[in-house]
Design a protein around this ligand. Structure first.
Ligand SMILES: [Zn+2]
Length: 376
């Protein structure tokens, strides 16, 4: 089993400069590789990460103009080509769009770290060419000969180190009779068949509403400032605007963190029940996103993230993750007698069975049906 951990780093100013430099070099190598890839393609050569890496090492790295590349670990640029290769592979498989050039604004600032140089000691972690960086974490940080995909990234405020490692903890004993069904929804985040209370939609909480209010206020301020400082038809960024935009960025980060944290708590709660499997609807999220009324709420609730976390936590704990067939009518079936109600409307929040008289919350009914889902 592979365990992945994320560690908050507390670099000194000098270390932080080096980290931003590393991220810059990673971006430079990625973009250089991308244009090289396209050029080779155009000229009828079959591009590959090996060829691109070799050319990079033989030309750019030896060029005195690019001497600054030597300030950072060699892993930084080498791994950028791995990323590029993955991006093309995903594109060829139809999983993602054509690779794009990375910009400082659009792309996450991140870079790979040499795995065999990592050492945890006295509250500091050794990173090649950066040095011993202070860190803060609640995880155990074992010193191992090998880490998987160690990477540093900047989230707009702090730097983090993420890494994975092989881990052979005793497998948790699972409850062989418990199959958890989860119904994701708009008014509540999730209804779980075996939990009494729904998992709330955090976006309706006072905490988030307050933050969002502040965000709206700042956004209004910025657009007013842009209007006021307009020169002819052109918008001008003043110092004040830059300051406000920075604040807005941090608020977005905060919102994201609150939502992420909520999902982690919810999925952890489900894992703690130790079910042998978890069943969820195979949601057509991109289809749902086309619905204007739903799309904002789905985006805010991070359905994708919920499913992603549920999947990997299931895998990590040896539980089965089942995506119920899209055609499975989890809302229309009576969870008591099994009869099907064809005329159930979306506005019917309570399910009333004509056959056995069951009266139950619509989403609860769906979650029970998902829990009882039989794989065809
Ligand atoms: Zn019934």
């Amino acid at each position: 089993m592979i365990k992945a951990i994320k560690i908050r780093l507390k670099p000194t100013n000098e270390q932080e400069v080096l980290m931003f430099k590393s991220a810059g070099c990673a971006r430079f190598a990625y973009n250089w590789g991308l244009s090289k890839w396209e050029e080779m393609n155009k000229n009828g050569f079959k591009p590959s990460k090996v060829k691109i890496r070799a050319e990079f090492n033989n030309t750019i790295k030896k060029d005195r103009e690019f001497v600054w590349l030597k300030e950072v670990s060699a892993q930084v640029t080498q791994h950028a080509f791995e990323d590029l290769n993955d991006a093309y592979n995903n594109f060829f498989k139809g999983l993602s769009k054509h690779p794009k050039f990375k910009t400082k604004k659009r792309s996450r600032q991140c870079f790979y770290v040499r795995y065999d140089a990592i050492k945890f000691k006295d509250g500091k972690v050794n990173l090649e060419k950066i040095g011993k960086v202070k860190y803060k974490t609640n995880y155990d940080t074992p010193n191992l000969p090998k880490y998987i995909n160690p990477k540093c990234y900047f989230d707009g405020k702090y730097w983090y180190l993420t890494l994975g490692f092989e881990h052979n903890e005793n497998q948790v004993e699972l409850n062989k009779d418990l199959s958890v069904g989860i119904d994701l929804g708009v008014s509540n985040l999730a209804i779980v068949n075996c939990l009494d209370k729904p998992i709330k939609n955090i976006n309706k909480s006072i905490k988030i509403r307050k933050v969002k209010k502040k965000l709206k206020r700042l956004q209004r301020q910025v657009s007013r400032k842009y209007e006021a400082n307009k020169k002819g038809k052109e918008f001008v960024k003043t110092k004040n605007i830059i300051k406000l935009e920075k604040q807005i960025k941090l608020i977005h980060r905060k919102l994201n963190n609150i939502r992420l944290n909520h999902i982690h708590q919810a999925t952890n709660k489900i894992v703690k029940l130790k079910p042998y499997r978890v069943v969820m609807e195979d949601l057509n999220i991109s289809g749902m996103m086309k619905n204007k009324h739903l799309s904002e709420s789905i985006q805010e609730q991070k359905f994708y993230e919920f499913i992603r976390q549920m999947k990997y936590k299931c895998e990590f704990n040896g539980m089965e993750f089942v995506a119920a067939d899209r055609l499975y009518p989890s809302s229309k079936i009576c969870s008591c007698c099994g009869s099907k109600k064809e005329d159930l409307k979306l506005k019917d929040r309570v399910y009333v069975c004509d056959k056995c008289g069951l009266e139950i919350d619509r989403d609860k009914n769906a979650s029970i049906n998902l829990g009882a889902y039989k794989i065809a």
